[in-house]
Design a protein around this ligand. Structure first.
Ligand SMILES: C[S@@+](CC[C@H](N)C(=O)[O-])C[C@H]1O[C@@H](n2cnc3c(N)ncnc32)[C@H](O)[C@@H]1O
Length: 246
């Protein structure tokens, strides 16, 4: 897994690693016994924040960081870990966050799905945000889509009881793929269901008439594209997944 590393010739915009971007010291390489002991690489990312006791949220694929920047300023009572694997976007986002002097955001230059699978302990995340995830339209690339059966199960593992996976997409084919995958874990799965389905409500930082207020939403809204959205909620302890009214 890659972490922030400004090699020769690369552009370093965020000049303060350790303030916004998570450093190699904070996230050392996976230990050798990871195969025989899958939890051996777990590390508590809440410790990377100034106020580690605050509720912890993740954004997968921040792009230029608009959502995480605006939302973290609206809700200073939560910590946000943003993932962006494209280095130029990652450093652009880090730079914006550092200039805004936010204290409740850290950014990781890494594959979020790998982090969730190998590094993240169970039941520590209140909310996972996945907005305008890359659709990978070619069939041979569908395996690169973030939403997969294993991803949904890993999200369930790391979410706190009552925690939410929040998703918005503009892409019709990817949405159809997601709906198929959700059906194996939500109410449609009957006794195998692990998530409740909830309607998506805009977050605190969304503007008038916006679903979430990311760069991609703003661009696609100008083009008149329709959007789909959903919240998958992990039930509280003792709460049935499928309520009496379902
Ligand atoms: C289509 S863009 C959307 C960006 C932003 N969420 C928005 O709505 O404006 C998707 C972004 O997610 C990043 N990304 C995709 N899969 C990722 C992963 N597994 N881990 C980290 N970043 C990822 C891509 O590099 C890209 O910047």
């Amino acid at each position: 897994m890659t972490t922030h590393d400004a090699g020769p010739g690369s552009t370093t915009i965020d000049t303060a690693p350790g303030v916004i971007s998570v450093t190699r010291e904070e996230l050392p390489p996976l230990p050798d016994d990871i195969i025989s002991s899958p939890d051996a690489g777990h590390i508590d990312p809440r410790k990377w924040f100034v106020a580690p006791e605050l509720p912890f949220e993740i954004e997968i694929g921040c792009g230029k960081g608009t959502f995480v920047l605006n939302e973290s300023q609206e809700r200073t009572d939560a910590n946000f870990l943003g993932f962006e694997w494209e280095y130029e976007f990652f450093s652009y986002g880090c730079d914006r966050l550092r200039r805004a002097n936010v204290k409740n955001v850290r950014m990781l230059h890494a594959d979020a799905t790998e982090f969730i699978r190998w590094r993240c302990p169970s039941e520590i995340v209140r909310t996972i945000h996945l907005y305008f995830s890359d659709p990978w339209p070619k069939v041979r690339h569908h395996k690169r889509r973030v939403v997969q059966d294993s991803f949904l199960r890993q999200c369930h593992r790391i979410l706190l009881p009552g925690g939410e996976l929040r998703i918005v997409t503009d892409h019709m084919d990817y949405w159809a793929w997601m709906v198929e995958h959700f059906a194996r874990v939500n109410e449609k799965a009957g006794s195998k269901a692990i998530f409740q389905t909830r309607e998506f409500a805009p977050p605190a930082s969304a503007g008038e008439g916006e679903l979430v207020g990311t760069n991609f939403e703003r661009k696609y809204r100008r083009e008149g594209r329709p959007f789909n959205s959903i919240v998958l909620r992990k039930p509280n302890v003792g709460e049935p997944v499928i309520g009496p009214s379902a």
